[in-house]
Ligand binder design. Structure first.
Ligand code: ZN
Length: 357
């Protein structure tokens, strides 16, 4: 019994010593020293707990409880004192306050060049009254191909090398199992046109920025994943003239200089007539240089009047609506505007690319 009393007296005196030391501490580092000396891995109280086997078994529970109470009291006291230091941090740091010290500079991040380009394009088209619309990157076959006048076995499907997704999921129906539609990573942003027209009636004007995927070999100008911006304007008498005007205004605002636009006849399944959209070469002002292949023109994207089969797919009345659609690659815009030589740099994860913008 006497031994037990001695032990308890010992613990209590340790407790008093520690609490006094905490009370007198002048800095966080002093508190840290106290913590290590008593509560740390080889601290006094940890060692007492470890040596508990040396006392008679029946006294161990009471003794251990006493030690744990002291540990809790010390932890509380340390926490309170730390709180005081935090509140008065400036006055109580070891070095004191030096108001002439330079502040800590916060490092700003940089936006990726594709983000900058996308925001710029969205800003310009918004100012021309276009809404910005987004859609899913995993698409079904109907929205990506069929509704855009690219039926199965149509040779135009060969224009897009596609990532098909394997799906075992069936859409269940009370009577029979309907196979779910074949899914793919969208090969263009055009399916969003279909999704938008299914839900809205003309007139409207929208752009659709987003990622698209093609299964192809990568090189300096081809990537598996890239970004497009798609445009669609539909109304009662929207014409090619409207398109040429709007796209001209867009290019001039985007590049900040006078731009000549040229439309060249082309083929896309979902537009008729279809055009390639060229602008005069920005590097040689149309005189001819290596960038433009000495033609004086740069190809920027495709466009055309929306094909009647596309309007049929969304059940629009062909007598009441017509419109134009266009599509551009964001990477191409970024490469031209910032003179980035290789498309693979965009997804390289190399932070030095973004740091330049
Ligand atoms: Zn040129």
């Amino acid at each position: 019994m006497k031994k037990n009393n001695d032990e308890n007296t010992n613990i209590l005196s340790i407790k008093n010593d520690v609490l006094q030391a905490i009370h007198g501490a002048n800095s966080a580092s002093e508190l840290n020293k106290i913590y290590n000396a008593y509560l740390g891995k080889n601290g006094v109280l940890r060692n007492l707990l470890r040596s508990i086997g040396d006392i008679p078994a029946e006294k161990r529970p009471g003794y251990a409880k006493e030690i744990h109470n002291v540990i809790a009291a010390i932890e509380n006291s340390l926490r309170d004192k730390e709180g005081v230091f935090l509140e008065n941090n400036i006055q109580t740091t070891d070095k004191g306050l030096d108001i002439t010290m330079p502040g800590i500079k916060i490092k700003n991040g940089h936006l990726h060049p594709l983000t900058l380009i996308e925001r710029r394009i969205e800003h310009i088209f918004s100012s021309l009254g276009f809404g910005v619309v987004e859609g899913p990157e995993v698409e079904d076959e109907w929205h990506n191909f069929d509704a855009l006048n690219i039926p199965k076995n149509h040779p135009a499907r060969d224009m897009w090398d596609t990532f098909w997704l394997r799906s075992k999921q069936k859409i269940s129906n009370s009577k029979k199992q309907i196979p779910s539609p074949r899914l793919l990573l969208r090969t263009h942003t055009s399916p969003v046109q279909i999704r938008y027209m299914e839900m809205h009636e003309p007139p409207f004007r929208i752009i659709v920025p987003g990622k698209v995927y093609r299964f192809e070999a990568t090189d300096a100008s081809h990537e598996l994943q890239f970004n497009q911006v798609e445009g669609l304007m539909v109304g009662k008498d929207i014409s090619v003239a409207n398109f040429k005007y709007i796209i001209g205004v867009f290019f001039e605002r985007f590049f900040g200089t006078k731009i000549n636009v040229r439309l060249r006849a082309s083929y896309f399944p979902f537009t008729e007539p279809s055009f390639e959209v060229d602008i005069n070469c920005l590097f040689c002002s149309g005189k001819g240089c290596s960038t433009c292949g000495h033609s004086g023109w740069l190809e920027m994207g495709g466009a055309g009047m929306v094909h009647s089969e596309v309007f049929n797919a969304v059940k629009y009345d062909l007598k009441l609506v017509q419109g134009f659609a266009f599509g551009f690659g964001l990477e191409r815009f970024a490469m031209m505007k910032y003179r980035i030589p290789d498309i693979r740099l965009f997804n390289s994860g190399d932070i030095r690319l973004s740091q330049q913008f």
